[in-house]
Design a protein. Structure first.
Length: 172
């Protein structure tokens, strides 16, 4: 929808998923002049358009929620769990809505520590999961299951994951 409305925060997401989950992920955001990619066991990278060089990316080392930046793409799907989202937001240093894929890429690059969404699909998450995990982060649904196909998602630098799940997660 961002593309249709002329908002430059849109991307093409491609993933190869095998029996162990996402093995390869590519997120290409041409309007932002950025492309992220990863393959299992080989790390995660970004080309940011500022130079011809690729750059290896890693999640941040922030270990406390009160120092963490939270990204959400919007309030869609949080209607019945708005108290949990607000509790997580109040526990974090800062909250920003960057839209769709970009919050996950900011986690992978170490610019944010948490990205969560209440309503998403496998095609929204498989590539970001591959990239976040190869950058050293953790990616689960809001029930804590490591999957891109849970209908909702929480990605983090791994250090704040359990604390975020304890506030905004859902009991399975």
């Amino acid at each position: 929808m961002n593309y249709v409305r002329g908002i430059p925060v849109w991307a093409t997401l491609i993933a190869l998923v095998d029996e162990r989950g996402p093995a390869v992920g590519v997120v290409s955001a041409p309007a932002l002049h950025r492309r992220w990619w990863s393959s299992r066991g080989h790390g995660a990278f970004v080309a940011d358009g500022l130079s011809d060089e690729r750059r290896r990316i890693e999640v941040s080392s922030v270990g406390a929620l009160h120092d963490a930046q939270l990204c959400i793409s919007g309030l869609d799907g949080w209607e019945e769990r708005v108290d949990e989202l607000l509790a997580l937001e109040r526990s974090c240093w800062r909250t920003r809505g960057f839209g769709d894929f970009w919050g996950y890429m900011l986690v992978a690059e170490g610019a944010a520590e948490i990205c969560c969404e209440a309503v998403v699909s496998l095609w929204d998450l498989a590539a970001p999961q591959a990239i976040v995990e190869e950058a050293g982060g953790r990616f689960t649904d809001l029930g804590g299951v490591a999957t891109a196909d849970g209908g909702d998602a929480l990605a983090s630098n791994g250090l704040v994951h359990e604390a975020a799940l304890s506030i905004a997660g859902r009991v399975g």
